[in-house]
Design a protein around this ligand. Structure first.
Ligand code: ADP
Length: 235
């Protein structure tokens, strides 16, 4: 589904150049849960943001479903990005809107009928087990619940790929584990491809494949580091 070929991203700062991603090549298969680990500043976030071109690499290719994203027009790129959802460490929910409206928001520009929007939002609320909180506001939810809403919002447009930048970074360990479980279950059920950065080594067995990034390069790759379901991991 995704192929990065010799991707390099350098930031020009007043203190010099920061080589955040250095000549990285990798492949992510359809339906795979792809974990990325590594220390802070290793280049994980930049690497993930190169996949949807939130960061534009200065060299290399980003191939998504056979199309080189760096060669597309803005309009074509927007169409490809519809296939990619993203979730962030700090949830990025809209405070002044209810949980229902947060999840419905990405659908509001799609000219769908209200019944269709309601159907999609309610089924996502069911998946994340927050149906009874649909009229609450984000400030009334716990961190784990907020991240579950962010997962539902990212899935609202039915993207094929979900990019997750430290989704458990702002959560305590146990809550982080629960959120990853929801992410894993939901994405397996809906056959999504997931790229997930986590700094929590013990949580990586959720990945079908895990890469370790160090100083902008892939340090190691592990395929199926553990066949265990996240439920079975002992802490
Ligand atoms: P990680 O996600 O592993 O913590 P990042 O990808 O955020 O790492 O950062 C990799 C390196 O790139 C770091 O040295 C960071 O300071 C630098 N960096 C990231 N984003 C920018 C930016 N917008 N401008 C300048 N430097 C940046």
């Amino acid at each position: 589904m995704i192929r990065l070929e010799h991707v390099t991203k350098t930031f020009l700062t007043k203190n010099g150049n920061v080589h955040a991603v250095k000549d990285v090549s990798l492949e992510i298969q359809d339906g795979e849960i792809f974990g990325i680990i590594g220390f802070s500043g290793a280049g994980k976030s930049t690497l993930v943001r190169c996949i949807n071109l939130l960061e534009k690499p200065e060299s290399g290719s980003v191939i998504f479903e056979g199309k080189d994203l760096l060669k597309l027009s803005d309009k074509e790129l927007r169409a490809q990005r519809q296939q990619m959802g993203m979730i962030f460490q700090h949830f990025n929910l809209m405070r002044s809107r209810t949980i229902y409206e947060n999840i419905a928001f990405p659908l509001r520009h799609m000219r769908l009928k209200e019944e269709e929007i309601e159907k999609r939002v309610m089924s996502l609320l069911e998946l994340i087990e927050l149906k009874d909180r649909k009229d609450s506001y984000p400030s009334q939810l716990s961190g784990g619940q907020k991240q579950r809403v962010a997962i539902a919002r990212a899935l609202a447009k039915n993207p094929k790929l979900l990019l997750c930048d430290e989704p458990t970074g702002a959560l305590d360990y146990k809550t982080g584990k629960q959120v990853l479980k929801v992410l894993q279950d939901t994405c397996r059920k809906q056959k999504k491809t997931v790229v997930v950065i986590t700094h929590n080594l013990a949580l990586t067995p959720m990945g079908d494949k895990v890469i370790k990034v160090r100083s902008g390069k892939i340090d190691s790759i592990e395929i199926n580091p553990s066949p265990m379901d996240i439920d079975q991991i002992e802490y």
